[in-house]
Design a protein around this ligand. Structure first.
Ligand SMILES: Nc1ncnc2c1ncn2[C@@H]1O[C@H](COP(=O)(O)OP(=O)(O)O)[C@@H](O)[C@H]1O
Ligand SMILES: [Mg+2]
Length: 294
């Protein structure tokens, strides 16, 4: 396995991260990551976005995961183009954005996203102005990542203002989540990590998973774990996936939908400090694109 710290070092060496021009975005930029695949990140992102849309938030999803069950599939959308086409200058963002229920907009990342590594200054500026819609027009930008610690995932984690880590109660998933939290801590990317425990069998089990992670972090790291909540294991999720419809719409009374609304409520209405909202200087896109630069 490639040394994770080595990768991060690479990112920061290659970027002029700290020299980014100062600029303040308007939206909350929340990145959703996990150690392991198949823990329910994409379902969480889609359903959180729809709930927030129902509650009047202008929500945009940036889909950077190239797994099988992509955001567009879960929302029954048909993308023709992706962010990669925008970055390459072939398309405007407006031609790429898809519209889902309750005003939720989806920007498909596209399969070449991880190859975009060496942008010159001119390309960077062009890209920032082409993408500024993402951080200026929405109230919330939710970024769905692929699992694990690729360079692309790390750049999204580093550039976002808030981080949600998703895990399931399995020991391997918990270990994987911890290894990412460790990197986030070591590089001071975030001072708070928000945790969601998916597919829990009971609220107690979710709480126990949180306590386990929290305890190791308290013992060995200098980072706060904020437990956003758990989502119960619920067959309705699977049924909704099969019919390409978010479970909060198809089965609004299901346990999974109730748990998801609880998490959305915590994110939207709780004290900002609790979830570690920490607007970084320089604007999200500037940071991201600096991280992608050569
Ligand atoms: N709370 C849940 N209860 C039951 N099944 C779930 C739950 N959350 C997710 N799943 C199942 O797990 C599968 C993977 O979810 P997905 O959101 O695609 O994970 P990831 O994006 O982390 O790879 C889904 O197709 C769904 O069937
Ligand atoms: Mg996914």
């Amino acid at each position: 396995m490639v040394d994770q710290a080595e990768r991060l070092r690479e990112i920061f060496q290659e970027s002029q991260f700290h020299k980014a021009p100062r600029r303040r975005g308007l939206s909350r930029i929340i990145v959703v990551a996990s150690g392991k695949g198949g823990v329910g990140k994409t379902n969480l992102v889609v359903n959180l976005a729809v709930v927030m849309g129902q509650w009047g938030q202008k929500t945009i999803i940036l889909d950077t995961d190239l797994g099988l069950a992509n955001v567009d599939i879960l929302m029954d959308l048909k993308p023709s183009f992706s962010l990669v086409d925008v970055i390459r200058g072939y398309k405007d963002l407006s031609e790429v954005v898809l519209r889902g229920p309750f005003n939720v907009e989806v920007v498909p990342g596209g399969s070449g996203l991880s190859e975009i590594v060496s942008l010159d200054n001119h390309q960077r500026e062009q890209l920032i102005s082409r993408l500024s819609y993402l951080e200026e027009k929405g109230d919330i930008l939710l970024i769905d990542c692929s699992a694990g610690l690729s360079r692309t995932v790390l750049s999204f984690i580093a550039a976002a203002d808030e981080l949600i880590m998703v895990t399931i109660p399995e020991p391997t998933a918990i270990t994987d989540v911890y290894s990412i939290i460790k990197v986030v801590n070591n590089y001071r990317l975030h001072s708070t990590v928000n945790l969601v425990v998916n597919m829990m069998r009971s609220a107690k089990e979710g709480e126990n998973v949180f306590k386990r992670i929290d305890k190791v972090c308290q013992n060995f790291l200098d980072i706060t774990i904020n437990f956003l909540g758990g989502i119960e294991y619920d067959q309705h999720v699977h049924k909704a996936v099969l019919s390409c419809s978010p479970y909060v719409l198809q089965f609004p009374r299901s346990r999974a939908a109730q748990c998801t609304r609880h998490i959305a409520r915590r994110l939207l209405f709780e004290e900002e400090a609790a979830s570690g909202v920490n607007k970084k200087e320089g604007g999200f896109l500037n940071r991201l694109i600096q991280l992608w630069g050569s």
